[in-house]
Design a protein around this ligand. Structure first.
Ligand code: BGC
Length: 730
């Protein structure tokens, strides 16, 4: 071995050894600390409170003096210097629910879908690090971030918070956002474990799915994100999974998470998801915001259960040790957060970078985009675009620098979700696309119409050189969309405007896929998702070509709901609360593009799709087999503009069985004419199926086919290699 290789190997070995021993030292220290605790102290560590003024307090549950009003608080043990946990939401920035900390703002990232659409893990890392730095600067040491639930249905109200439909993409982006967050010395969560893929009556919905299907889809996203991101806590979901509540699910928590995956951190409940003390036996380690549950299950009842032996004292010790381990390993024990000033302008640039790469150019007929700066009269139509960009609602909603995240409902008749929106108003971030577009087209007359009168909008559209119309779909936690249409008659508005002026560009701000019944009438469609603190600027930069779009869809856009696994109304939609119902995920692991491929259906826009102002060619594919697939190929910018590409590698064939699975992707920045070679090695589990009978991953072996493409349906170069038959641990 050459001397340099030898040295590198030695450094690696010693690094690994230091890591192992640092981890083991954290564990050993946690055990020692735990052993010094009294029973009451142990109990105090496993149940949290909701430290906000509107929670009724009793003498035995006072408002903790040192708590920061936010999502959660768990007391520490001052005599042993064990810090309290100061918990804040969420994945898209530090939240300030109901302005509980008056005037406290934070930097909003674009939605999770926008971040996933970048196909650029570094941006997920940077975003995670940025929001965690703000959390620490506000005094928090736990960030309830990292949602990796898969998009199984376009109507899920929380799709926008997550990373799309593919386990590899969601797993990688989840891992990076968590790694970024924990780089700041904070405990990050991953959530909502597991198969919490719809919001409708979520406390009563039972996700029914086969074991193998679950391991190959939703659980695989968690497994990848946990292995690579090492989140120090996991939040279990509200829903039931195959008959047991996710937070009291022995199989999910004890067998899969802590058993098969050897997870060392702690499991915290979602807010109001604990139903019994024996959830402790099923693997739950901490009850969050106990006031939201039917009882303080992990308080006095757990203490009694430990005293009478129905919950072994060793189990309580394990719960506490896991929490202390997370505190030590994260660095919050030895480096508690300090309140410091935040450079919001600098942090907004982190958000802007993600927005710019996450915006997806869906359609661009005749190269109408980028916009010529010579247009005389540009008409902008859309609700709120004079104020800002839409944001999703619920616990992930960040109060940005407008300080006023709620918008009044417009005067149009309310659609079904309006009833909910009455009290949870649509929200926006103050980064106005109208202002940003005006700034980039100073020579043009930029007119604005809020689109609330169809006739008025059509009349103005007829006289403009160019129209830019926004289609807004506000989505929120706790509520699924009734269908795939834009609310409040916006589809009819877009149809009428595009008919009146064929030079109309549609900008979508949605929480996921929408149907677009007007798709053939417009030359250009841009998906901006919810684009965060600098969304307006990012949209304008893409429109005017200052940024070459490079976002790719992290989920399939179906033509309509009839193409999806649940073509009828969502399960549970018509049921009153407190009635349990099943959501049967009969598509199993064939989620999204895999469902479309299996059924030979053509979506409106496929997974992975995203246009650029330049073109990219793929060539020179080399495929190597063995225990997994390794591929290399050349990417060339064959167009006229510099731009970023997200080449995608799919498995297309496993020993004669046709299938379609994303097994790798990259993001490259290339000048015109420049080329680069991409080399990727697939995680072998992506080639496997899960064997329930003899638990583990099985690769049959034989000839495996791969393709490199621009999307799940635009596969450009193909190859294959022989893979050996093998089994991998669960
Ligand atoms: C959400 C979680 C969130 C928690 C705390 C719950 O309603 O499901 O994602 O972290 O509230 O606010």
């Amino acid at each position: 071995m050459p001397r340099t290789a030898c040295l590198t190997a030695l450094v690696l070995i010693s690094l690994l050894a230091t890591n192992v021993s640092a981890d083991e030292a954290a564990k050993a220290r946690a055990i020692k600390l735990e052993q010094a605790l009294t029973l009451d102290e142990r109990i105090s560590i496993v149940n949290g409170t909701w430290p906000v003024p509107w929670v009724p307090r009793t003498p035995d549950n006072p408002q903790p003096a040192d708590a920061i009003p936010a999502a959660g608080y768990v007391p520490g043990v001052p005599r042993l210097n064990i810090p309290a946990l100061f918990e804040t939401d969420a994945s898209l920035g530090v939240t300030n629910p109901s302005d509980v900390r008056p005037g406290d703002i934070a930097t909003a990232l674009p939605s999770g879908l926008a971040i996933a659409a970048t196909f650029n893990p570094k941006l997920a890392y940077d975003g995670g690090a940025m929001i965690a730095s703000e959390a620490r600067a506000k005094g928090f040491n736990v960030l309830l971030t990292g949602g990796v639930n898969l998009t199984r249905d376009p109507r899920n109200g929380r799709n926008f918070e997550y990373f799309g439909e593919d386990p590899w993409l969601a797993g990688i982006m989840g891992a990076e956002s968590i790694r970024g967050a924990q780089s700041q010395k904070i405990i990050a969560t991953i959530k909502h474990f597991a198969v919490n893929d719809a919001e409708t009556n979520r406390d009563w919905s039972n996700s029914v799915i086969g074991e193998a299907a679950m391991r190959e889809s939703d659980l695989l996203a968690f497994q990848i994100a946990i292995e690579r991101g090492n989140p120090l806590s996991v939040m279990c979901g509200y829903n039931l999974v195959n008959g047991d509540y996710a937070c009291g699910n022995d199989h999910l928590l004890n067998t899969v998470l802590k058993g098969d995956w050897g997870y060392k951190g702690f499991v915290m409940s979602d807010w109001g998801s604990v139903k019994a003390t024996d959830f402790a036996l099923k693997g739950l380690d901490q009850q969050s915001a106990k006031e939201l549950d039917g009882a303080f299950w992990f308080g006095e009842p757990l203490k009694k259960a430990v005293e009478d032996g129905s919950v072994p004292a060793t189990r309580l010790s394990d719960m506490v040790q896991r929490i202390l381990y997370a505190q030590i390993a994260s660095g919050i024990f030895d480096n508690p957060p300090q309140k410091t000033a935040i450079d919001y302008a600098k942090n907004a640039e982190v958000s802007r970078a993600a927005a710019e790469e996450g915006i997806v150019l869906l359609k661009n007929d005749g190269g109408i985009l980028p916009l010529a700066k010579t247009a005389q009269t540009i008409l902008i139509i859309g609700d709120y675009v004079e104020k800002g960009v839409l944001s999703g609602g619920g616990s992930s909603n960040v109060t940005g620098d407008s300080g006023t995240p709620g918008l009044p409902q417009p005067g149009l008749p309310m659609s079904a979700e309006g009833q909910f929106a009455q009290y949870v108003k649509e929200q926006y971030h103050a980064s106005s696309p109208l202002t940003a577009i005006r700034a980039r087209a100073p020579q043009a007359k930029v007119l604005f119409d809020n689109g609330r009168s169809l006739n008025e909008a059509v009349r103005k559209a007829k006289t403009a050189d160019l129209v830019i119309i926004f289609g807004n779909q506000w989505m929120t936690e706790s509520l699924d969309a009734p269908d795939m249409y834009l609310p409040r008659g916006q589809d009819a508005l877009i149809a009428a405007v595009t008919k009146a002026n064929p030079k109309t560009v549609v900008i979508l701000q949605t929480g996921g896929p929408v149907a677009m019944p007007w798709v053939d009438q417009t030359p250009a469609i841009v998906s901006a998702w919810y684009s965060g603190a600098r969304g307006g600027e990012a949209i304008a930069d893409v429109l005017f070509g200052e940024v070459n779009p490079s976002g790719h869809l992290p989920m399939t856009f179906p033509r309509d709901i009839a193409q999806t696994p649940r073509p009828a109304v969502l399960d549970g939609f018509d049921l009153p609360a407190k009635v349990q119902f099943d959501v049967t995920y009969h598509e199993g692991s064939d989620v999204g593009y895999r469902w479309f491929s299996k059924n030979g259906a053509t979506p409106l826009f496929p997974f992975g799709h995203g246009l650029s102002y330049t073109t990219f060619d793929y060539s020179d594919l080399k495929v190597k087999g063995g225990s997994t697939l390794s591929v290399s190929f050349k990417v060339t910018n064959s167009g006229k503009f510099a731009g970023k590409d997200a080449p995608q590698v799919y498995l297309t064939d496993a020993a004669g069985r046709k299938l379609l699975r994303l097994i790798g992707f990259d993001k490259l920045d290339l000048k015109p004419g420049e080329h680069r070679t991409v080399s990727l090695t697939a995680d072998a589990r992506l080639l496997a199926h899960y064997d329930e009978a003899k638990p583990g991953w099985v690769i049959g072996g034989g000839s495996y086919g791969v393709a490199v493409g621009h999307s799940a349906t635009d596969l450009v170069v193909k190859g294959s290699a022989r893979i050996k038959s093998q089994r991998l641990k669960p």
